[in-house]
Design a protein around this ligand. Structure first.
Ligand SMILES: [Zn+2]
Length: 304
């Protein structure tokens, strides 16, 4: 998996930090997570072509997490996209977006499927043969869900030069990839262990967008490879954080520590935490609790 941060600000964007958006690359497929204003520009800067995105996950209906959505869809139509776009979000998103789409994008070239997400339930909202996405109910001022992306590689991978060396017939390829030996018509056996490499290890990424400190998340986040957790405020502003449905960096680090995640990335910083010194002290507060913590910056990339 490879995570690219497109926007790491909270409500007010700055030149350095745009509103919330990320793109998660899972075995070469990009999944867009939140779509704040400016997402299209950041996608260009990150060299991700918008036409490659088929699935969009929106955590909640605050503008800083979705004001970029309709413009993004409009641009896809200008590219003459034909294949469907799938959007996973609170059911109200369709009610809000449809009138805009009907007005501004009358000749939309592709269908949009809105998949309503129940913000109170931890449930599978997307699944294909190698990826499962589960919703993570959060504690914010409006119904909000984080997302847990779990990738599982179901296949062994053929070693290119073995295809020639072992004269592997086309019919044998899927058998070998499934982890079974192949018996040729002449009785010759091709052992899958000699011609393949094992499936890639499973990976998990958790996106915890806006939320107050919520220890009940710890169970769902156990051992994830990368946790992105909002850290809008510093420790001194924890009362304000609780009132506004946000967390401090220290609280995010407590979640990471108690869930034994491998790595923590903090983002969604308040405009009160705008100088390099303020951001460094936010990071220091988190690292006291969970050392393997990084700050998100727009366009920073995390591979795992
Ligand atoms: Zn919010």
């Amino acid at each position: 998996m490879r995570l690219t941060i497109l926007g790491s600000a909270s409500a007010k964007p700055t030149i350095q930090r745009f509103n919330a958006a990320q793109v998660l690359d899972v075995n070469g497929r990009p999944f867009l997570i939140d779509c704040g204003e400016g997402t299209q520009i950041r996608l260009k800067m990150a060299d991700v072509h918008p036409m490659r995105i088929q699935h969009i996950f929106i955590s909640h209906l605050h503008g800083d997490h979705m004001f970029g959505l309709v413009p993004f869809l409009s641009t896809l139509s200008l590219h003459n996209l034909l294949s469907p776009i799938h959007i996973y979000a609170h059911p109200d998103l369709e009610k809000l977006a449809r009138p805009w789409l009907d007005y501004f994008c009358r000749d939309l070239t592709f269908p949009i499927h809105f998949h309503p997400v129940n913000p109170r339930a931890c449930q599978v909202i997307y699944q294909d043969k190698s990826l499962t996405v589960t919703s993570l109910p959060l504690k914010h001022t409006v119904p909000t869900c984080g997302f847990l992306f779990s990738s599982e590689d179901p296949y062994y991978h053929l070693i290119p030069h073995c295809v020639e060396d072992y004269r592997i017939p086309i019919a044998a390829m899927n058998v070998l990839k499934s982890g079974a030996d192949y018996v040729c018509a002449d009785g010759r056996v091709i052992p899958f262990r000699e011609v393949t490499t094992p499936p890639r290890p499973p990976k998990r990424y958790a996106y915890v967008s806006d939320t107050a400190y919520k220890p009940s998340l710890i169970e769902s986040l156990q051992g994830v490879d990368l946790l992105y957790h909002e850290a809008t405020y510093n420790t001194a502003l924890e009362d304000k954080a609780r009132q506004r449905g946000h967390s401090s960096a220290r609280q995010a680090a407590l979640i990471a520590r108690d869930a034994k995640v491998k790595r923590l990335v903090l983002g969604h910083f308040s405009s009160r935490i705008s100088t390099a010194d303020q951001q460094q002290s936010l990071l220091d507060e988190a690292r006291e609790v969970f050392p393997d913590t990084s700050l998100a910056h727009d366009l920073s990339v995390f591979e795992f």
